[in-house]
Ligand binder design. Sequence first.
Ligand SMILES: *Cc1c(COP(=O)(O)O)cnc(C)c1O
Length: 383
Amino acid sequence: MKTATKLVSVGRSHAHAAAPVNPPVIRASTFLFNKLEEFETAQRTPFDGAFYGRVGTPTTFAFEQAICALEGGHRSIATASGLAAITATLMAFAEAGAHMLVVDTVYDPVRRLCNRTLARMGVSVTYYDPAVGAGIADLIRDETTLIYMESPGTGTFEIQDIPSIVAAAKSRGVPTAIDATWATPLFLRPIEMGVDVSIHAATKYIVGHSDGMLGVLTTTAKMYDRLRAATQDLGGCAGVEECNLALRGLRTLQARLSQQGDTAFALAQWLESRDEVARVLYPALSGFPGHDLWKRHFDGASGVFTIELTDRDPEAARRFIDALALFSIGFSWGGYESLVLPVNTKSRTLPNWQNLGPMVRLQIGMEDPEDLRADLEQALAAI
Ligand SMILES: *Cc1c(COP(=O)(O)O)cnc(C)c1O
């Protein structure tokens, strides 16, 4: 099946007559059994049917199956948020004395998790340059238990050489995980590239309408028990309503991404031509340093990118952001509406990011491209 067909059919079944188009939303903490033997049978396979709400209801499993069909892994596990999926992954490989390699462009709450909770557990973390490629081999230690990637990097969009990193990791028997939220399951297939855990903040494009918090991870048969144990131990189960919103979001994911990506590309090119803009950080642009890697490994670009302003006065970015009318200031991205936020790279440990001008991240929504361009133009003038 091609992707568009998959998006319509995954996670729902019409095996019986008069089935509704969408799987019903099953809200439950408790499932009832009449005989103890039935209860015991359900208890043997809690993640396949209906046993107890925290392990999932049929709505949760429908969402997990839908993502797994798109990702091509062994199984997917839904979590309360994107960060909950990441936390479960890191905890699955955490132990006293362990070492992890985490990309320096990582989503900031993950750095806080590493520097606070994991550090307290006796896990040490080395933040590596997203351009490391095969050079990751030199950073792997005997006690390295995980390499954690995010591509493109948060805020600055560096593309990592996933196959080289995976090859180096495999030669030392080190598991790998990636946060692939920007690409969605449509534009990057980490499991097929040999990555052990593929993570999405479904909060973003998958739910797609800025009204739900949800995460999901997909993993291989080899790693599944370890990941399932970690998600269960942490207790951060996905909300059933959110799984339903995500299933709904999936049906239109390709249409939304296609429009948002097209508009983003047109606006990114136009912004590149403006004197007020020093650089546009967007992997789909041919002049972007990671463009060739992006082209080799991704099937498309979503609609989030960053601009670096020419005016180095930090107030310039404030004036630009405050002048925007169609782009609202707000965390998150992946919804249908345009958003703007300043980019802060201060927490990074490597020196690569010190000499940049003020940076502003744009999430391109589904508004008319000409209206968005006009809004950007008047805001650039306000600098
Ligand atoms: C938003 C985001 C997350 C966290 O997702 P939440 O659902 O907000 O917890 C993780 N990674 C990336 C790249 C994100 O943008």
